[in-house]
Design a protein around this ligand. Structure first.
Ligand code: ZN
Ligand code: ZN
Ligand code: FE
Length: 757
């Protein structure tokens, strides 16, 4: 029997080739009617035999285009209209805007084939795209997603591009950024004094290759901003980049043209290979197996971050030399945001780069490369940005009003929510400098605009001095306002991802999070649900002499740990260099000595006590170095720590841990062995505490989250031990383990606490 269905499809269904897909599907199934884009998604009027309609709807769900995410299909039966054929109707604007914008993705196979085909019109044209690939999020200014609302607005299509654009059966049908050498943007090569060297792609790519091989540093405008590139095998070039970027330790990411090349010098598991080759093209952190690049790429580290090309220009550059390995680091000065505006590029990067490869199309929304590492064939975000943002996180429990959660001040990403989606921003870095703060504010307003969000609930951390807290206060004026404890947010972020409703045992291990007692937390064992939490265990407090200063000069933490453990200060390495007595007096008198119990700070202190790191140049450097040393051995000594329990909570004595480490030192145990013993001490005592909490509360679900779990030994060790002991372990896979994920937790807690049913 013939029927007429009115079908509404929501999700990422615009600008991803959804209508031509529906058009082809309709022809295949002999469906009559039409399809159109509106601001809510895609609407289809479909008439046909009942069986054919069923097949048609099934295929919509199952066979949708690569960039599409079908979130919801609503079907209503309507009166038969007797349509004669199937067509694509002009877009309709309704007042409700709920469509989503796809992320920026790697150039697809078909485009790549055309790009390297000398007979193709787009041969070596660096802005080749189609419906299935290329930039999206980075060029969208407003919705609906039409060319006029993107950075492509100023380029009018030539007749050839126009013809493809209008042909429903063409791969570029309604591809908003479509372009060709005749009508689209172009590349330019400049010297850093703004002298134009070339506008010819063949000349540019050859020159760039030559400059790189000669040891120069090149700023290359990519998808989400500028990269700084240099030859990764050239010691002098890499060192020069370190000096100019003022970045002594933090590892540089690499790019090379082929997966085979990566496998030559880094070890790649099947999962890592899959991620490297994925359309999101993130940086994947891999273990070095053969030294092929300069030691300055990742000083003293055995893990290196690497990615494969994703822009046409990158493919072209690497096609010249299959052995080429480049440093491809974000174009910025140490902690500043990635540079993405052309006016700024020469100003901010002119003293770092010798040459600039740029193009005449604006980057509207910036993003850094995403960073992922893999353990037990599961992937974890260190940074969730290009390729993943703004893909929504879908949840079952709807948000009846719009929400905004500002995240934290470190490794920031904020979140917005409406209906049944949560959208996290790209990585926005540490919000310390005015320039980062401005970028943060601009990005918040940009997101509210392009997703048509009008928040009625504003959520932030409880930290009184966070920039994000103060800003949220201002934004919230007169609206609902909530402050969420940092570690509760960490745990609920994971609960949101797995849609867990019942209480869990949550372990939030990190560097810093403001506690309800005004102290610095970060070794938290919580019994948490999506609304409330109870702090049931933590490591004992120790002082951070000088506060923020101690976080940078970690020898101060080493000294404080000795002091609290009642161990003579003679055990502190490099003590001759520092004003030990002044610090001791501060500790005695509790002067400017905020208290902390965080795992991150314990790592810092132990790193100092073992003489591995005395002061840091980048966040978590001391902890990373301690892990690196521990990876050098497989031998360790069992350190047993007795926890203390009272009615309300369990205290794990930090001083006992320190005493036992010093005992090992006294016995002449090597630093790698002590470092590994320390890791295992944390794992064993955590396991013991979780076991006790299970007895007490009868909970078997355990959530692990927080920046300290970026430590592979700790994550892998504790995860394995807990599973072996019969616990069900949940880890964040959609958002970062670090503070880049807390906005997700904040927004879900906000929903639970402030919105009824
Ligand atoms: Zn393509
Ligand atoms: Zn054209
Ligand atoms: Fe944290």
């Amino acid at each position: 029997m013939k029927k007429h269905f009115h079908i509404k499809v929501n999700g990422i269904v615009q600008g991803v080739g959804f209508r031509p897909f529906i058009y082809r599907l309709a022809l295949e199934n002999n469906i009559k009617g039409y399809v159109l884009n509106d601001t809510e998604g895609v609407t289809i009027e479909a008439e046909g035999e009942e069986e054919a309609l069923e097949k048609f709807i099934k295929a919509i769900k199952k066979k949708s285009p690569p960039l599409a995410i079908v979130q919801e299909i609503k079907i209503e039966e309507r009166k038969i209209n007797h349509f004669k054929n199937f067509w694509i109707e002009k877009s309709k604007a309704t007042d409700k805007k709920t469509t989503f914008i796809p992320p920026d993705t790697n150039i697809c196979k078909d485009c790549l084939r055309e790009f390297f085909d000398p007979k193709n019109r787009r041969y070596h044209y660096p802005f080749i795209v189609c419906t299935y690939c290329g930039p999206r999020f980075s060029i969208v200014k407003d919705i609906p997603y039409d060319r006029d609302n993107t950075a492509m607005a100023e380029f009018s299509m030539c007749p050839f591009c126009q013809k493809e654009y209008e042909d429903p059966l063409d791969r570029r049908f309604h591809t908003q950024p479509t372009a060709c050498p005749v009508c689209g943007p172009h590349l330019f090569l400049y010297k850093n004094d703004k002298t134009l060297i070339s506008e010819d792609i063949e000349e540019i790519v050859k020159k760039v290759y030559k400059y790189l091989k000669a040891g120069h540093i090149i700023a290359i405008k990519g998808v989400g901003g500028y990269h700084l590139a240099c030859d990764a095998t050239n010691e002098e070039a890499v060192l020069k980049l370190r000096e100019r970027k003022r970045r002594p330790f933090k590892p540089f990411a690499l790019m090379t043209g082929f997966i085979e090349k990566i496998e030559e010098f880094l070890s790649v598991s099947p999962k890592e290979r899959e991620i490297l080759l994925s359309k999101e093209r993130p940086i994947v952190i891999l273990k070095e197996k053969k030294s092929q690049v300069s030691k300055y790429v990742a000083p003293d580290l055995t893990y290196i971050g690497i990615m494969l090309p994703y822009t046409p220009f990158q493919y072209l550059l690497f096609s010249l030399d299959k052995d080429l390995i480049l440093v491809m680091t974000s174009g910025n000065l140490s902690d500043e945001p990635i540079c993405f505006r052309d006016e700024e590029a020469f100003e901010r990067l002119g003293h770092i780069a010798d040459y600039f490869v740029t193009y005449n199309r604006e980057i509207v929304a910036h993003s850094d490369d995403s960073v992922i590492f893999v353990i037990n064939e599961k992937s974890f975000f260190i940074r969730r940005s290009k390729g993943f943002v703004p893909t929504p996180i879908l949840v079952k429990k709807k948000f009846p009003i719009h929400l905004f959660a500002s995240g934290g001040d470190l490794k920031n990403a904020f979140a917005i929510a409406k209906d049944n989606v949560i959208i996290l921003s790209q990585y926005l870095g540490d919000l310390e400098s005015p320039i980062t703060q401005k970028v943060y504010k601009d990005t918040v307003f940009h997101f509210l605009k392009i997703f048509d969000i009008h928040p009625e609930v504003f959520i932030s951390d409880i930290h009184p001095n966070y920039f994000t807290t103060t800003l949220t206060d201002k934004l919230a004026e007169g609206k609902l306002r909530l402050k969420v404890q940092h570690h509760h947010a960490h745990i609920v972020a994971v609960m949101a991802e797995y849609e867990i409703d019942e209480p869990v045992i949550g372990l939030a291990f990190d560097g810093t999070g403001f506690g309800l007692d005004f102290k610095i937390w970060g070794s938290e064992f919580l019994i948490a649900d999506r609304k409330n939490f109870k702090r049931v265990a933590h490591f004992s407090y120790f002082a951070l002499p000088g506060g923020e200063k101690a976080i940078k000069e970690v020898w101060r933490i080493g000294l404080s740990l000795l002091y609290h453990a009642g161990i003579p200060i003679e055990y502190l390495p490099f003590k001759e260099k520092y004003p030990i007595n002044i610090i001791l007096q501060m500790l005695e008198k509790k002067l400017n000595c905020p208290e902390a119990c965080s795992i991150g700070r314990i790592f810092d202190g132990v790193s100092a006590l073992l003489g591995i790191c005395e002061a840091i140049t980048t966040e978590a450097e001391a902890a990373q170095k301690l892990e690196e040393i521990a990876l050098k051995t497989e031998n360790f000594y069992k350190i047993d720590i007795e926890f203390k329990e009272n009615e309300n909570e369990i205290i794990i004595p930090t001083e006992e841990l320190i005493r036992k480490i010093i005992e090992l030192k006294d016995k002449g145990v090597s630093s790698p062995e002590i470092a590994l013993s320390f890791h295992w001490a944390l794992i064993e005592v955590s396991l013991k505490v979780v076991g006790r909490l299970k007895e007490k509360y009868g909970i078997r679900k355990v959530v692990l989250n927080g920046g300290s779990f970026q430590n592979r030994i700790l994550l892998k060790g504790l995860w394995g031990k807990l599973e072996k002991a019969g616990f069900k372990v949940f880890l964040p896979q959609k958002v970062p383990l670090n503070d880049g994920g807390i906005a997700l937790g904040q927004i879900v807690i906000g929903r639970e606490k402030l919105i009824k049913n």
